[in-house]
Design a protein around this ligand. Structure first.
Ligand code: SF4
Length: 298
């Protein structure tokens, strides 16, 4: 049952992080209007199963008035609300307090700040820390999201003893699949038989972008809310008949490759690396299911 909606308020971002699933950056434009947000919140209410709505991006604070208005709509509709930001706006704790006071009034349940090497263009950049400190001073529930560049170590326990393990927490989809996989240990494609991270059969949370795409995984759409309202998108979704999710459910990324007869290499870093590579090949054939194109760096 779908209980969480993550609104991709904009694909525009201050940074172009190498691990970004959606290839966000300063040149991206896709941003909700207030009218679209209003329509989405109404559709979420009609669905009747959602508890929490997150605002993220891209960088949602780039459109601060829109973020505030969206939060007000979501809270007025009775949903819990959360935000994910990189904190670029917190040039000091004092400045951060000014940005966050109106948000404190809306009683959000989670304020997550991306605070890692990828988001810090300068290692002395302390803005993410300022944002978190300001939120903590205001009593806003606050957390940090820390994804570090891939590191390779050797497994020391269980049956896989001695096998290379990739640490750092990066998922190799989106820009990460293109920028961060070189030189990493790889696995045989025949081993990549499941999707390890998403419930494609019955998702509990999805992302929605300004184009209306409802993402099962970034760039993998279950439908479009500007063509069909969210309750219908959800109720009509049949994972097994979906041309991308169906093969992934039946056989994982290698199942997707086989069912569509794709030509690929023998080895990939992990399931997401192969899945993203296969999906990018399939993009011209299934543009309505593999959307938006920005998720594939286009
Ligand atoms: S295997 Fe594919 S669908 Fe599953 S999380 Fe990775 S990229 Fe997403």
């Amino acid at each position: 049952m779908l209980t969480g909606i993550h609104i991709l308020l904009t694909l525009k971002c201050t940074n172009e992080c190498e691990h970004c699933f959606l290839h966000c950056g300063p040149s991206r434009e896709a941003t909700f209007t207030i009218g679209q947000l209003r329509a989405l919140v109404r559709q979420i209410e009609e669905l009747g199963t959602v508890n929490i709505v997150y605002f993220e991006g891209g960088e949602p604070f780039l459109f601060y008035p829109l973020l505030l208005e969206g939060l007000r709509m979501v809270r007025a509709a009775g949903f819990d609300a959360g935000i994910v930001t990189n904190g670029y706006w917190a040039t000091s704790v004092e400045d951060g307090l000014h940005w966050l006071r109106p948000i404190r009034e809306l009683d959000i349940v989670d304020f997550s700040v991306s605070d890692d090497e990828f988001h810090r263009l300068d290692k002395n950049d302390r803005r993410a820390g300022f944002a978190r400190e300001a939120a903590q001073r205001l009593g806003i529930p606050t957390g940090a999201i820390c994804i570090e560049p891939p590191s390779v170590s050797r497994q020391v326990s269980d049956d896989n003893r001695g096998k290379p393990v990739i640490g750092g927490g990066v998922l190799f989809k989106g820009r990460a699949a293109e920028k961060l996989t070189a030189g990493l240990p790889v696995r045989l494609c025949k081993e990549l038989t499941t999707c390890p991270h998403e419930d494609l059969l019955s998702p509990e949370r999805v992302h929605v972008d300004a184009y209306g795409n409802v993402h099962l995984c970034q760039g993998l759409s279950m439908g479009n809310i500007w063509e069909k309202a969210l309750p219908d998108v959800v109720h009509d979704y049949d994972a097994h008949r979906h041309p991308i999710a169906g093969p992934l459910l039946r056989g994982g990324p290698i199942g997707l490759v086989k069912e569509h007869g794709l030509a690929i290499s023998d080895c990939y870093v992990d399931e997401c690396h192969l899945c993203y590579t296969a999906r990018k090949q399939l993009l011209p054939s299934f543009p309505e299911y593999l959307a938006p194109k920005e998720a594939y760096g286009l």
